[in-house]
Design a protein around this ligand. Structure first.
Ligand SMILES: [Zn+2]
Length: 458
């Protein structure tokens, strides 16, 4: 809509003046000073000045704009392009301007027509959930989002903080899932007057996150609201579907709900429990290191038996070629190095199956503080000793070098080297009770690492 008042045009000529001064403070010294061009002093006529002041004063005393705004916002209401309210608003503003004696002309424009349906979200399966309950997630559809199927869409949520993390996860760990972009709005940046950049670096996930997730096979996308308020308000806004990706439903969740989901669900984060499966041929590889492999296997078995679901993924690894080449560990490091940031911790047991006195840890000493409640529990089985070391196990060493905290049981190994790498490495060297103690320690450690709310220092 264009409404014209009478306008006069006047042209102004700007003169640029540069001044140079020569002066001689001493016999042999000369300096040349250049001043930037200065605009000439501009003067309005006294009549114009008086008229401007009248306009200003009248505006300061008028309630016209406020009453118009009240009609637009209270009487007509939200006015999304293409909606009946938007059309009513166009007609209202045109009529009001005509009342003022303006010549009004309505011009045609094609706009997208998108209707917000009903949107709801709920967490339906998570660690610690009371049976038969769900938790409401406050969300709002993004403008232009396609709808979910009529009875909704249920899928596992994978949380990423940025596009790099999404890329690192890859199609294998994104396909079939709902991606939550949990990029926090930088309120400090906004508080310092950089609200534009703060908004920009957050809103990008709303704008193009859905297509980025869809390219890797995600079934829906959520973004943490692009805004700093903490009133559990989801912020809508437009999304842009790319031509090269399927259109998937997309919604913004409140910062509080994004925090909750991120707290509950970290399937992309991995805790390794492991031992090495290969052994020297003289014996039967019972203590070196069949024991380590079955200890790791029992961690998985126990969690299944107890129906416990940690919020992170526990990955059981039976390493190959520890004894003569470490090829398994090196291949793993090569194949998964892009995902090392998501490797939360790694455990390897490779010192037999003697009574465990506690665990070795490699990484920042603060690890032990974070694990103190576990240590207290382990004391009840005589396994409360902790010790920081440079390396906990050959196969997890590449992870340790990459900054992943690594752990190993401190086994009673006083007789271990009598048998290891000999024909006497046989099952009878394993005390079943002590093997159980090792399983208890590794399973408790792995479950703690996979469930603790805090991140580990690294
Ligand atoms: Zn070994």
């Amino acid at each position: 809509m264009i409404a014209n008042t009478d306008r006069k045009r006047c042209a102004r000529l700007l003169l640029a003046v540069s001044i140079s001064i020569l002066f001689s403070p001493g016999v042999n010294t000369r300096a040349r000073l250049s001043l930037p061009p200065q605009a000439p002093a501009v003067q309005y006529s006294p009549q114009l000045v008086s008229e401007i002041k009248k306009v200003q004063q009248a505006a300061l005393e008028s309630d016209y704009a406020y009453l118009q705004l009240a009609h637009l916002s209270n009487n007509i209401g939200p006015r999304l392009s293409g909606s009946p309210q938007a059309q009513t608003a166009v007609e209202y503003v045109a009529a009001e301007l005509r009342k003022l004696g303006l010549e009004v002309q309505l011009e045609k424009v094609m706009v997208p027509h998108w209707v917000r349906g009903e949107e709801t979200g709920a967490l339906t399966d998570y660690s610690g959930m009371a049976p038969g309950t769900t938790q409401k997630i406050v969300l709002t559809a993004l403008g232009g989002s396609v709808a979910t199927p009529a009875d909704g869409l249920t899928a596992e949520v994978v949380v990423v903080n940025n596009f790099d993390e999404l890329t690192a996860l890859g199609r294998d760990r994104v396909a079939g899932k709902i991606v939550l972009f949990n990029a926090k709005f930088d309120q400090r940046l906004a508080d310092n007057g950089f609200e534009g950049p703060a908004y920009g670096q957050s809103v990008i996930y709303r704008a193009i996150g859905a297509s980025a997730a869809a390219r890797l096979g995600a079934v829906a996308a959520l973004n943490r609201s692009a805004g700093g308020a903490d009133y559990r308000l989801p912020h809508t806004g437009a999304l842009r579907y790319a031509d090269d990706a399927p259109k998937i439903p997309a919604a913004a969740v409140t910062s509080e709900d994004a925090e909750t989901i991120a707290h509950l669900e970290h399937p992309e984060q991995i805790v390794i429990a492991s031992g090495h499966l290969d052994s020297w041929y003289l014996g039967r590889g019972a203590i070196d290191d069949g024991a380590g492999v079955v200890i790791a296997m029992q961690t998985a078995q126990l969690l299944k038996q107890l129906h416990l679901r940690p919020k992170r993924t526990i990955r059981i690894i039976a390493w190959m070629n520890e004894e003569n080449g470490t090829r398994g560990a090196l291949a793993y490091a090569e194949d998964h190095k892009a995902d090392f940031a998501n490797h939360f911790a790694a455990i390897e047991s490779d010192l037999g199956a003697g009574h465990p006195m506690g665990f070795y840890a490699q990484g920042k000493p603060e690890l032990l503080t974070a694990l103190q409640p576990l240590v207290t529990i382990l004391q009840s089985q005589g396994a409360g000793v902790t010790r920081m070391v440079e390396e906990t196990g050959t196969d997890v060493a590449p992870l340790g070098e990459a900054g992943v905290p690594t752990f190993a049981p401190i086994q009673d190994a006083r007789t271990y080297f009598n048998y290891h790498h000999t024909a006497a490495d046989t099952l009878d060297k394993v005390n079943p009770r002590e093997l159980q103690e090792n399983c208890a320690l590794v399973a408790a450690l792995a479950y703690t690492l996979a469930s603790m709310p805090q991140m580990l220092p690294r």
